[in-house]
Design a protein. Structure first.
Length: 150
């Protein structure tokens, strides 16, 4: 299980969900000059926020803004999603390239581009299909903190 810490930034009592902001770690945190990953992360800076249902036996009303939570994501789900995102477009690119080599170099480049786009559309369709699948959703691991009644 992959574990990440986050902070509750909003509570949606209408839908019974929490908006959790996670800390950015890894690329983008350092200040190394000339690093393309860090530059891109700073350019696209924005705090990652997730809308999460509290889970079985827990309610959004049990949490308060500012509470620290531990989020977990199944490693197998993460690997399957990463494989889909990277391998489908790459497979389409290579298949198109190989099919295009039967004709000419220009046909090979065009077929590779078409294969890449088909792979990208396939990833988009699969991600829309799996958006509601709880296997790919993070869950809150720790119990809600006990707050004093005021």
């Amino acid at each position: 299980m992959l574990i990440e810490k986050g902070t509750v930034v909003a509570i949606d009592s209408e839908h019974g969900t929490l908006l959790v902001q996670t800390a950015r770690t890894g690329c983008g945190d350092c200040h190394t000059k000339g690093c393309g990953q860090g530059l891109l992360a700073r350019y696209l800076s924005g705090k990652p926020q997730l809308r999460i249902a509290p889970g079985t036996g827990k309610a959004a009303a049990d949490y308060r803004v500012g509470d620290q939570v531990e989020l977990g994501l199944d490693e197998g789900a993460m690997l399957r999603a990463a494989a889909l995102i990277y391998l489908a477009p790459l497979g389409g690119l290579l298949a198109g390239c190989l099919l295009g080599t039967l004709h000419s170099e220009a046909a090979s480049m065009l077929a590779a581009l078409i294969g890449l786009c088909i792979g990208g559309f396939y990833v988009r369709r699969q991600s829309q299909k799996r958006a509601a699948d709880p296997t790919y959703a993070p869950v809150i691991l720790n119990d809600p903190p006990r707050h004093a009644i005021s």
